[in-house]
Design a protein around this ligand. Structure first.
Ligand SMILES: Nc1nc2c(c(=O)[nH]1)N[C@@H](CN(C=O)c1ccc(C(=O)N[C@@H](CCC(=O)O)C(=O)O)cc1)CN2
Length: 301
């Protein structure tokens, strides 16, 4: 029997619909509108696509979108000046700086200049520390989306073992922390570890964010395991461009219990969760009650 396909597109549509509904209800009650500011430095083609999608989906969810496009040679002081202005702008409740930044800019310093309350990417050291110590905080969008989809398949993480492959600050590390906070037993592997196959065979959940096309193979997977593929790799296949994940999808799908496709899996949840984080930030900044958006109440199936 093949794995159940985890349809991130439908889940993301359900999350966005929930955000739009709450945003409209809060606007009707208070007259206030959530605002999201997105900063893009340079012209990386993939980043252009994501930034455009963020602005469009924010507006569709009833939010204000503020796009700031800066040239690739922008100096740190100018970028930091913009962030300080956005921190002080009462119409802006969420700020994100699209990554990667050009090499001459220090991404850490830029991220830590964002007010933690408006850091809707959840990358500020204060949000990272809070999540790391199991406190309520803004959670990075991609791992949040992965957790929402995983919760749909696993009511309780206690007694389960997870393997996270890749330990980036954007995905791997926060993903491992969220799973630990949910009482899962968690292993984290560097993408070039030679023992990944043995670790994967013990895992009920495999989350991979390694940037290596087809890294995860069918013979590594425990039958019935849930496999979440965060990889987005642009390759040439039969002379044509193709988008593939870090999982050998065609073979792993015959062993796994549930699996995310690429495209249409984790990716769409990233922006949906960004909107959910922006709505939460808006609520906190205005003393409004924030309700967590759970997929269970927005079940697309
Ligand atoms: N400041 C941030 N920078 C980056 C983040 C982030 O969360 N915050 N994540 C990624 C890029 N990203 C959002 O910014 C993102 C990546 C992928 C998708 C997505 O929907 N992917 C589609 C495929 C789309 C395509 O053709 O590329 C899919 O997987 O189905 C959305 C957002 C790095 N930077």
């Amino acid at each position: 029997m093949g794995a159940q396909l985890i349809d991130g597109k439908s889940y993301a549509a359900a999350v966005r619909a929930g955000v739009a509904q709450r945003s409209a209800a809060l606007h009707a009650r208070t007259g206030l509108t959530p605002g999201l500011a997105v900063v893009l430095v340079g012209q990386d083609p993939a980043s252009e696509v994501y930034v455009r999608a963020k602005g469009k989906q924010a507006v569709e969810a009833g939010m204000r979108s503020f796009e700031h496009r800066l040239p690739a040679d922008t100096q740190a002081d100018d970028l930091l000046g913009l962030i300080h202005r956005l921190n002080d702008d009462p119409q802006v409740h969420g700020i994100l700086v699209q990554l990667p930044l050009p090499a001459h800019l220090d991404a850490r310093a830029v991220i830590n200049a964002i007010s933690p309350a408006k850091d809707v990417d959840g990358f500020h050291i204060s949000n990272v520390g809070m999540v790391g110590t199991g406190q309520d905080a803004i959670v990075p969008c991609t791992p949040l989306g992965c957790m929402m989809m995983l919760r749909h398949h696993h009511a309780d993480f206690r007694g389960l073992t997870a393997l996270v492959i890749g330990h980036s600050n954007i995905v791997g590390k926060p993903m491992a922390r969220l799973l630990l906070n949910a009482d899962c037993t968690v292993m984290v592997a560097h993408k070039s570890s030679t023992n990944i196959p043995e670790l994967a065979r013990m895992a009920d959940i495999v989350v991979v964010a390694a940037g290596v096309p087809g890294l995860v193979r069918a013979e590594w997977i425990k039958p019935g395991a849930t496999v979440i593929d965060v990889g987005i790799n642009r390759i040439q296949r039969d002379g044509k461009p193709a988008l593939v994940g870090d999982v050998d999808f065609e073979n792993v799908r015959h062993v796994a219990g549930a699996i995310t496709p690429v495209p249409g899996g984790v990716g769409p949840m990233t922006i949906a969760c960004l909107l959910a984080n922006t709505l939460s930030a808006f609520c906190h900044q205005n003393g409004l009650e924030d309700q967590p958006l759970l997929l269970d109440e927005q079940d697309p199936t």
